[in-house]
Design a protein around this ligand. Sequence first.
Ligand code: PLP
Length: 274
Amino acid sequence: VGFTVEAVGRYGTWLIADSVEVAGPLSEALMSAGLVADLLLDVDTGLGRTGVEPQGALALAAEIAGLPGLRLRGVLAHEGHLYGYGADHLGLDAEAGEASRRLVRVAEGLRAAGHTIDVVSVGSTPGLAASPCVAGVTEARPGTYVYNDGNQLRLGTCTLGDCALTVLARVVSVHAGRAIIDAGSKAMSSDAVSAENGFGLVLDVAGEPLAGVSFSRANEEHGFLTGPGTSSLAVGDLVRILPHHACATVNMWSELVAMHTDGALERWPIVARH
Ligand SMILES: Cc1ncc(COP(=O)(O)O)c(C=O)c1O
């Protein structure tokens, strides 16, 4: 909390809470630091993770608004349940709109009760085409779209050409119909939409899918490429693995290599891991 209070004071960070149990100690810490901070109320619009249920928002807002040191400024939701829609684009877009409307209705209810609600914040990459387009939404917080990834590709949220992040791996062993690469579970994330999709999509160095090659198993430092296409792979070859989940994969690394459109390379440290 000490760090949070300092960061709030220095950067004007928004705080988020979905209960008095969370907001109360924040209020106390802010008060003793002589600070006032803006707070968004986390509302569950369908994910079923954090967030007060829409019907409980008014009562909670009244309690939080009475806490010193906190200024209730808006409502926020993460419509992460859209990941469950698979390739059902119509269903996904319809629910993305519905989830935003649930949040907007909460905001309107809070305003009617006298709260100043400037921020109505939605956030997800699958919902990006529909969630922010609902009247009353003021902010969208997609994150994965920065790189895109295999999960977004399967959802139809992006094309392969929109995917900017790959793990570059080298074939270190070829035997009995399998090619082993130097990227295993410490290099990848297994966080996939479907457990059947292995550890990532195998591409050639130019970024085209390698036909008949699956990344089917991973040990810590070794990835198992299997399938008929592995006969074209030799020790020393480079392949690119498109991760299922860009966020979780980036978190495995301490730096990444960014490539500019002119081919110039830059090394970026990965901060805010874990
Ligand atoms: C609270 C919250 N907002 C926004 C996002 C971004 O969503 P996405 O990864 O679909 O872009 C996340 C992702 O986990 C999240 O937890």
